[in-house]
Design a protein around this ligand. Structure first.
Ligand code: PMP
Length: 355
């Protein structure tokens, strides 16, 4: 069996130990005589999986008790609508900070439900807090801590006073410790750092849940989902189970402070190489470069195909940048091993030398 180094932005590489445990338990989950895939979500074996996953996630992030933890469907994209439909609380305006493709999409979708005010905007960089123009009457302030496509990451937590702070953490969830109590709501698609596709994790301050938009599908009602332990209808059981194994793996590795150290080190290795040569180019402002998604460009797009072909032959997979921006992207999520970064740097050096 030859596993490649998978730089995909998501779905993305999972910890090998987790995949092995999945294989181990695939046909007979801990003596139940069936796979988790075949189990009723009302079965005690599954509710135990679900409860343990929530408890481990709460422990990893230190989630305060007033926050509800939801395992939802619909991806982060559904949250682009579900947030404005439920956090407006009678207000008609929300503030959005734009730092790349995903925050723009979130703002565009929210504009279907309320008046979106762009509080600040950055291109290949995070706009400094002093430049933000927040609305006093905003229902919330939305931002994207890590822009998966553009490789731009906040390395600081914005202070927005009394306004609820809402964050799309899809591509940096669980990559470092965060102070959950500073947020009104956090959402994240699982398929980067938390598990396989199919689950979206939401942490919401229970005090923000008020009357939702009249057209909200009841299956997406945060309060109802929370009150039904995320089993208002059939949940994505298998994906939820694998997320639970990833949470357990993270705890065993030493938790999020340990992950932050590893992630910083991996990203710095690659940025250090990129900054020390002039063949490849990273367009992102140095202070705002993502630890999770390292974007870089070759001198000519015409070289991209040969670069990718050689990378695949060297066992380096998934380096093609998002179709919206082109270029290359190396995603270095929690489960991505440092050895793969060294191999990528060797390949970058060799390709530049030959080109
Ligand atoms: N937000 C961010 C930051 C993302 O990276 C992605 C997916 N790459 C999305 C939203 C959309 O997520 P989904 O496909 O789960 O709807």
């Amino acid at each position: 069996m030859a596993r490649v180094y998978n730089f995909s932005a998501g779905p993305a590489t999972l910890p090998e130990a987790v995949l092995e445990q999945v294989r181990e338990e695939l046909l007979d989950y801990r003596g139940s005589g069936m796979s988790v895939m075949e189990m009723s979500h009302r079965d005690r074996a599954f509710t135990a999986i679900a409860e343990q996953a929530e408890a481990d996630l709460r422990a990893l992030l230190g989630v305060p008790s007033r926050y509800r933890v939801l395992f939802m469907q619909g991806g982060a994209t559904a949250q682009f609508s579900l947030v404005p439909m439920q956090l407006a609380r009678g207000r008609t305006r929300a503030d959005y900070v734009l730092t790349g493709s995903w925050s723009r999409k979130a703002a565009r979708e929210a504009a279907r439900y309320l008046d979106v005010h762009i509080a600040a905007e950055g291109e290949h960089a995070v706009p400094p807090r002093a430049q933000w123009r927040l609305s006093a009457d905003a229902a919330y302030v939305h931002y994207t801590p890590n822009e998966t496509i553009d490789g731009v990451e906040f390395h600081w937590l914005p202070d927005v006073g009394d306004l609820p702070l809402v964050a799309d953490f899809s591509s940096s969830f669980l990559s470092r410790p965060i102070d959950v109590s500073r947020f009104g709501l956090i959402y994240a698609g699982a398929q980067k750092n938390a598990g396989p596709a199919g689950v979206t994790i939401v942490l919401v301050d229970g005090e923000l849940l008020d009357e939702p938009h009249a057209a909200l599908p009841s299956v997406f009602n945060y309060r109802s989902v929370a009150d039904h332990a995320s089993m208002l209808n059939t949940p994505p059981c298998f994906a939820w189970y694998v997320c639970g194994l990833v949470f357990r793996w993270l705890l065993e590795q030493g938790g999020l402070a340990e992950m932050a150290g590893r992630n910083r080190r991996k990203a710095n290795l690659l940025y250090h190489y990129l900054d020390g040569q002039d063949f490849y180019h990273c367009p992102v402002a140095p202070a705002d470069r993502s630890w999770m998604n390292v974007v870089f460009r070759l001198p000519e797009p015409a070289l991209d195909a040969a670069f990718l072909q050689g990378a695949t032959a060297a066992g380096l997979d998934g380096l093609q940048g998002h179709r919206l921006v082109g270029g290359m992207r190396a995603s270095l999520y929690n489960a991505f091993p440092e050895a793969g970064v060294h191999l990528l740097i060797d390949y970058l050096r060799e390709f530049a030398r030959r080109a």
